[in-house]
Design a protein around this ligand. Sequence first.
Ligand code: NAP
Length: 250
Amino acid sequence: MIRVSVIGAQGRMGASVVGAVEAADDMELAKKIGMDDDIAAVTPGNTDVAVEFTVPTASLANVLKLVAQGVNVVVGTTGWTDEKMAQVKAALAKAPKAGQSVFIAPNFAISAVLADKFAAQAAKYFTSAEVIELHHPDKVDAPSGTAIHTAQAIAKARADAGSAPMPDGTQGEAASRGQVVDGVHVHAVRLQGLNAHEEVLLGNTGEQLVIRADSFDRASFMPGVLLAVRNIASGSHPGLTVGLDSFLDL
Ligand code: NAP
């Protein structure tokens, strides 16, 4: 049995993880840590993997404490920068246990990770590519981090293939052409009733390919979280790993 503790256990994602761990045959719930609990209670004596879903302002400190306590961590909280990840790497280099792991996934939805990958694979075969992300109106950032990542992946694939710049005859003030990420236009829709959705449009003369990922519910993230917990518990990924595609046979 993999012993899993959940940090941010009273939050929306944390509560879903608690339920998913309790429902998994190969896992047992160790500690549930909320705002008022001491994270020092999570130790290698009771936990194989801690899953962290809190807030961007708290996540780094939580991860550093867990690493120093000898605990492996799977992180879903957003807001990670290269500088924060460098701090995690430095902490892992001094970690008390050999082979300790931290895994960070900007997106645990398998549909979103695959859409990203497929868009990058398809990009070099098309003249044009644009990304549209659609979310619930409470989302604070726009465009989403996932959409920016998709655009960067498309741009890199096109650059590697030597693709020509995309045709765009827009002139003057082009306020409705979205944010341009490495030359790829990214559009953000905020609409009541939506959850998290992304569409990649790829166009050639006379044809279009649309790749779309829809996350209707937080349940969509749980298979990815459990996949990460299993991989991290197995010890196969010591150090810092970023992105669920690391565990998918793509
Ligand atoms: P949420 O409902 O606001 O939950 C956050 C929880 O963390 C709250 O219960 C909060 O407690 C608690 N918390 C804050 N600081 C803490 C600390 N220092 N120690 C322990 N608990 C602490 O938010 P959510 O919807 O679950 O989202 C959590 C994070 O996951 C966000 O960053 C979100 O963007 C991200 N997310 C990632 C994915 C992915 O696929 N990677 C998917 C969905 C969401 P209080 O309420 O008492 O402050």
